[in-house]
Design a protein around this ligand. Sequence first.
Ligand SMILES: [Mg+2]
Length: 327
Amino acid sequence: MSDHPSKGLILIIDDNSVNLSILAQMLVVAGFEYRVAADGESALESVQYEPPDLILLDVQMLPGIDGFEVCQHLKTNPATQDIPIIFMTALADPKSKVKGLSLGAVDYITKPFQKEEVIARVKIHLKIRFLVQELAQKQTELEHANHQLQRLATMDGLTQVANRHAFDQYLISEWKRSIRERRWISLVLCDVDYFKRYNDTYGHQMGDRCLQQVAQALVQAARRPADLVARYGGEEFALILPNTNPSGAKQVAELIQEEMYQLKIPHAQSDVSQYVTLSQGISSVVPTESEAVADLIRIADEALYEAKKQGRNKFILAPIGSGSTKV
Ligand SMILES: [Mg+2]
C-alpha cells in the first residue's frame, strides 16, 4: 500500500474478468484503491465488510443477481444507500441506462471503456460524495454547538441548575398549561439560612461549594421529569412543580429538608442548626384566567418570609385562596 492518502476506494463489480482487470489498471494509474467482485452476492458481502467510496457496477451478470438487483439492495439499506453507483452498460443499450438511473445510480459509463471518461466520471462523483459527507459532518458539529449554546443560555454556571431566565420562561408556560388543563401547580422558593454568615466564616469559595451542594440536594428532591430546579437569586432557589397539589408540594419540601440534613454541611455560625439549613415558602394553586402568575411568586415569597420570621429551617405552605398553612 502507498504511503500517500488514497484518492478513494472503488469497488468494481463485473462478471467479466477482462473488464475487471482493465478497470483496475485504469484506477490504479489514476491513484485510486480498488477492490473487485465477480458476482452480485459477493459484491453485497464486500460492501458490508468494507464500504467503498464509489461503486462501478456491471448491469448484466451471470449467474445470480444482476446489477439492477445489486443496486436495489444497496439503495434500500441505510448503511449503503449513500454510496454513489455508476452503472456500466453496453453502448447500444439506452434502456439499461434509464433503468439504472431510476434505481438511484448517479451515472453510467459505456463499454468499451474510454479511460479518460471513466476516470473523469469517477473523480466528479467522488468529489460530490466527499463534499456531501463533509457537509453532513459540519451539520452535525453545528447542531452539537447549538445544543451546547442552548444549554449554556439556560443554565446557571455555578450550580448547573436552570438560571433565572429559564425559570421565568418555564413558569409561564407551565402556568398556562395548568390553566388549560385545570391542574395544580406549586412553587417552592427557598433560601439558605444565614448564608452571609456562612460566607463570612468559611469564605466565598466554600460559599460557592455550599450553593452547588444545595442545588444538587434540590435536584434530588424534585425528580419528576416536569419538575424544574432553578437558581432564583444569590442564595435563593426556586422549584416549579407542575401537576402538584399542596400535599405533593409538602412532600417535596420535606424531602428537601431530609436531603439537606443528609448533606451535613457544617455551619458554626447558624442560630438554628450546626449544619446548613433552608427556609422554604410554598404556594399552590389550580390557576384560572383571573389569576396572575405574579401572585404565585408573591405568595411563595411571603410564605418564605414567614418561614424566616418563625425561626428558619422550616417551610410554610400557602395554597392560594385557602389561607396559609403553618407546618
Ligand atoms: Mg456482464
